[in-house]
Design a protein around this ligand. Structure first.
Ligand code: SF4
Ligand code: SF4
Length: 260
C-alpha cells in the first residue's frame, strides 16, 4: 500500500518478501547482522488476524524477543531489531515505522562500532551463535511456541540471565571410545550426518557439523551407553583414526576366556 500510494520512507532499506513473518528464522536475522546490516525490521500481520491456524506472527514475535536477548548477551543494542504488526492496508503506518526505524538505526551507528565492540570479535561471536541456532531452538522450543497476549509480558519471556546461562552451559555430545560397539545406530539417526561411521570402527562425532539435537544420546542402546552429554566443558579430542578399529573376539575366544 505504501508503494501504491507513493508514500515516502527511508531509502536505506532493502525489502525481502516472505510468505509469512513466521518464516523469518533466527538464523536469517543473525546472518543479516553477520553480513553487515545495521538493523533488521520484521513486519508481520496483526496478531490474532492470521488466516491460518499456524499464527506464524507469534513465532516471529518470540524469535525477535529471543534474538534481542541474544544481542544483549553479545553486547549489541537490541533496538537494532524491531518487529511491528500491521495490515497490508496500513501503508501510512508502514512508511512512518520504516522512517522511524531508519532514523533509530542511524542514531545507533554502524553495527558494533556504535556499541564499541571489536569487529572481528563480533563476527566470530555471530558465527558461533549462528552455528548454535538449531540447539537454541530445541532448548527454547516451548517458549518459542508461546502466544503472549499482554505486550507487558514481552520483556519477560526470555531473561538476560537465562540467555547467559544458555551459552555458558552449552551441551555437547561425545562418544566414549571405550564403550562404542560400532552398532551404527547413532550414525543412521543423526539428522546432519555428523557422525563419522564405518563398520567395526569406533564412531566419532564431528563437533563442527553436530547441531546438538541429542538424538545419538537417546538412540545409543542402553547396553552400550556410549554417548555422553557434556555441559559447558570442552569436548575431549577424537580418538585418532588409526586407533578406531574394534577387534571383536570370536565365539571360541570368548568361550576360552569364560573357562579361565
Ligand atoms: S547430537 Fe544430534 S547432530 Fe550431534 S551427532 Fe548426535 S545426532 Fe548428530
Ligand atoms: S549407537 Fe552407541 S554403540 Fe552404537 S555406534 Fe553409536 S555410539 Fe557406538
Amino acid at each position: 500500500m505504501a508503494g501504491v500510494s507513493r508514500l515516502q520512507y527511508t531509502t536505506e532499506v532493502r525489502l525481502i518478501r516472505v510468505m509469512c513473518s513466521g518464516r523469518v528464522d533466527l538464523e536469517f536475522v543473525l546472518r543479516a547482522f553477520s553480513n553487515g546490516m545495521d538493523g533488521v525490521f520484521i513486519g508481520g500481520c496483526r496478531l490474532n488476524e492470521c488466516n491460518y491456524i499456524t499464527h506464524g506472527n507469534y513465532h516471529a514475535l518470540n524469535m525477535v524477543l529471543l534474538c534481542r536477548k541474544i544481542m544483549e548477551h553479545i553486547g549489541l543494542n537490541p533496538e537494532r531489531l524491531r518487529i511491528e504488526f500491521m495490515s497490508s492496508a496500513e501503508g501510512i503506518l508502514f512508511a512512518e515505522v520504516m522512517s522511524e526505524f531508519g532514523n533509530k538505526v542511524k542514531e545507533l551507528g554502524p553495527l558494533g562500532k556504535g556499541e564499541g565492540i571489536d569487529q572481528n570479535g563480533l563476527k566470530s561471536k555471530l558465527a558461533e551463535i549462528t552455528k548454535l541456532v538449531p540447539y537454541i531452538k530445541v532448548v527454547k522450543n516451548e517458549k518459542l511456541a508461546s502466544r503472549l497476549v499482554n505486550p507487558e509480558e514481552y520483556d519477560t519471556l526470555f531473561t538476560k540471565d537465562e540467555i547467559d546461562k544458555l551459552f555458558s552451559e552449552v551441551i555437547s555430545y561425545y562418544i566414549d571410545p571405550e564403550k562404542c560397539q560400532a552398532c551404527m545406530t547413532c550414525a543412521k539417526r543423526c539428522p546432519v550426518e555428523a557422525i563419522i561411521s564405518a563398520k567395526n570402527q569406533i564412531h566419532v562425532i564431528d563437533q563442527e557439523k553436530c547441531i546438538k539435537c541429542g538424538t545419538c544420546f537417546e538412540v545409543c542402546p542402553p547396553k552400550f551407553s556410549a554417548v555422553t552429554k557434556i555441559s559447558g566443558e570442552p569436548v575431549p579430542p577424537p580418538i585418532p583414526e588409526e586407533k578406531r578399529t574394534i577387534v571383536r573376539k570370536t565365539k571360541k575366544e570368548k568361550g576360552e576366556k569364560d573357562k579361565e
